[in-house]
Design a protein. Structure first.
Length: 90
């Protein structure tokens, strides 16, 4: 999965969906395509009842190998209900 060129976005997205039961994932490679910096919006029912720090720890633990292979990782975590409200704002 990891290489000198970073991580393939598809591999990270697949890991997010399978390990976190994500219902929606927006993953952006902000490194210009080299796979070293990613921003993610993750929507998962696993975030229900958890504060922001708990959600980030859950993601970081689940994606430990993938995150270790990149230079920068930024995440925004929402429950499905919170995501629906975010979409209404836009």
């Amino acid at each position: 999965m990891a290489s000198s060129a970073g991580v393939a976005p598809e591999a990270i997205e697949l890991a997010i969906k399978s390990k976190l039961e994500a219902t929606h994932v927006d993953l952006v490679d902000t490194s210009g395509g080299c796979g070293q910096m990613f921003e993610a919006v993750i929507v998962s029912p696993q975030f229900a009842g958890k504060r922001s720090l708990q959600r980030h720890r859950l993601v970081n633990t689940a994606l430990k190998e993938e995150i270790a292979a990149v230079h920068a990782w930024t995440q925004k975590c929402y429950t499905p209900e919170e995501w629906e409200k975010e979409k209404e704002k836009a």
